[in-house]
Design a protein around this ligand. Structure first.
Ligand SMILES: Nc1ccn([C@@H]2O[C@H](COP(=O)(O)OP(=O)(O)OP(=O)(O)O)[C@@H](O)[C@H]2O)c(=O)n1
Ligand SMILES: C[C@](O)(CO)[C@H](O)COP(=O)(O)O
Length: 246
């Protein structure tokens, strides 16, 4: 932690370069559509909905970078929102790193948001930003679990259960995850140096020994991972349209 004031602007980095293997054959996941609109477009709009976000860096599938650029050039967004597109890497971590490398110096707060979580509400985005601006170096939105979780010894056949963590202490972590930029860069540098990956950026900050805090997540911020998630996402959009003409 530092008492230095953060540079003024907030940016959202959207890793969108994954293939979506668990979703099945088709276009890269971020370009698959929900009610006719690419998931990535929903995700960009979700970040741009926050008055605090003035830059969105999209990390695109390398082969699709030109088409993602033209898709987003034509998108109507608030005047405050600048969009930059860069090609992604082989892993989520590498893609995030490429997005971070594209940030200008006046960015103090960085959100990292999966394109695969296209429906996160703006109140969740703002809660994460506010917590970083209030002094937390790393903030994650998260929800309590509905299922009991077992730790197993992975292998073929029936897997022996090793432990049952106390469910009340567990949280399922979503995005956007928010960071003071210097801390996130330090975390990425440290992970790159020791060669070990992490499944989310907050996990890298934890390894630095820096505090990570949780704010309430939202059920509509779920990750589109498997085919059934597409059905749920389209149902959420239909409910929004019915409720408020969104
Ligand atoms: N090389 C990669 C891999 C993933 N991602 C992004 O990281 C986010 C979370 O990853 P995930 O949901 O696992 O997406 P995929 O890697 O596409 O999914 P799968 O593992 O099923 O292939 C997604 O927005 C995805 O596009 C990325 O930018 N670059
Ligand atoms: C970052 C994340 O969405 C937090 O839950 C998650 O770890 C991404 O995992 P994935 O396997 O790359 O989808």
């Amino acid at each position: 932690m530092t008492d230095e004031p953060l540079p003024p602007r907030t940016a959202a980095v959207i890793p969108a370069a994954g293939r979506g293997v668990r979703l099945g054959p088709g276009a890269p996941k971020a370009l698959r559509t929900l009610n006719g609109t690419p998931m990535l477009v929903h995700a960009v709009r979700a970040m741009a909905a926050s008055n605090a976000v003035s830059l969105v860096v999209v990390v695109a599938p390398p082969d699709d970078t030109p088409s993602v650029k033209s898709l987003l050039t034509d998108l109507a967004l608030p005047d405050r929102t600048e969009v930059v597109v860069v090609p992604g890497g082989d892993t989520r971590q590498e893609s995030v790193r490429r997005g971070l490398d594209a940030l200008p110096d006046d960015i103090g707060v960085v959100l990292v948001h999966d394109a695969a979580r296209p429906l996160v509400p703006v109140d969740t985005v703002d809660a994460v930003i506010d917590a970083v601006r209030d002094g937390a170096p790393a903030v994650v939105p998260a929800l309590p679990l509905a299922d009991t979780v077992k730790e197993v010894e992975p292998g073929r056949g029936p897997e022996p259960v090793v432990a049952t963590p106390e469910r009340a202490r567990l949280r399922a972590v979503q995005t956007p995850q928010g960071f003071d930029r210097a801390t996130l860069l330090r975390a990425h540098d440290a992970i790159a140096a020791d060669g070990e990956g992490a499944t989310d950026c907050a996990g890298m900050v934890e390894r630095l020994g820096e505090p990570v805090v949780v704010v309430p997540g939202h059920e509509e911020a779920f990750k589109v991972t498997r085919p059934l998630d597409l059905v749920l996402a389209e149902a959420v959009l239909a409910r929004r349209r019915a409720n408020d003409g969104f």
